[in-house]
Design a binder for this molecule. Sequence first.
Ligand code: SF4
Ligand code: SF4
Length: 380
Amino acid sequence: MNDTLCKFAWSGATSTIINTFRPCCRFPLDENNQYPTTEQVINQGESAFNNSFLTKLRKDMLQGIPRNECKKCYVEEQSNMKSMRQKANELLLAKASDIMFENLEFLEISLDNLCNLECRMCSSRFSTKLQARDKHLQKNRIVGYSDNTVNYKTLELMDSLDLSHLRMIKLLGGEPLISPNLLKFLDKVPNPHAVNLLIITNATTIPSSKILDKLKEFKSVKFDFSIDGIYSYNDYQRVGSKFETIISNALELAKLLPEEHSIHSVYSSLNLLGLEASTKWFSENLPFRTTVDIVKNNILSPFIAPNWYVDAILNSISDKNPHRSFVQNMFDQYHNFDENQWYEFMKFVKITDEMYKTDINTVNPIIGEALVKYYTNPQD
Ligand code: SF4
Ligand code: SF4
């Protein structure tokens, strides 16, 4: 098997918030309308996954041609991490011998966008709770924000696919554990005993015993707890989340459904200076593996930051930290200072601090100082 081939392209489907399907979550939203739409999948079933974009992708992978969309997997592999591509190739049974879709083995899907948090790096596309904030940011002319409403057709879709080959479902929200659609969705899976379920959760909720009983029918249930650092690093970025509570809930869920659960931390310009202390604390205090990711596609991304801030970030992570080379490689690959976007970020911090009555200085005095300078002399 060559270094670019990934079985997600033959047996995976990942829904997007704009009602299309991509091979995995690392593919961007569909700016060029190249992915099959939810409507096409509902009408045509799996054959919708044989459109020209996806057959070309498989052809490139078979020929060993690197794809721009897959860069992050290549960075992980260069950083001696097991990439998502390598994990997919271990899990899935697809033969990947020609350009046609095989069987649906992996499904990544959102139930809806009902959520109980207002995470700063998120948007109202994913969380109903963020509608007021996004409306406010739009009113203040912060580029890229508007009050979104989203229409998911997840349950309808489940009825139009052949789910009998499923090996893994990755379930997202909103917050899946509070969704009224959770049980209805789980009931549609024909062979739960053959399916590994991965649930991305903000750990704010312990589900009812009815849901827990249903979950126990699955081959395995793993939680990926979204916790963006320790204490205020998490609580500042994930508005409405309380670090002590979610850690206690995560441990309780791990007791109710024993498995190899994990913590997934998303780092933005707000909390990346907390990576060193947070990853150390997690490894010393919790029985979970930790993975990290860095915001890439909005103004909270550190990849648009000026060099002095990037230096401060990289200097804050010790050479011994297991995530150090990943962070360095990501900056090498994606960093590109964008002055206009950086100033939009400054405005975002000020407006959201006023809105939530928070203070960036409590979590990131370096950004706090930059903010004072910017508002004293915006041209500096
Ligand atoms: S190589 Fe990586 S980015 Fe590309 S389809 Fe596979 S998992 Fe997704
Ligand atoms: S918990 Fe997830 S969906 Fe909800 S606001 Fe946070 S990032 Fe968005």
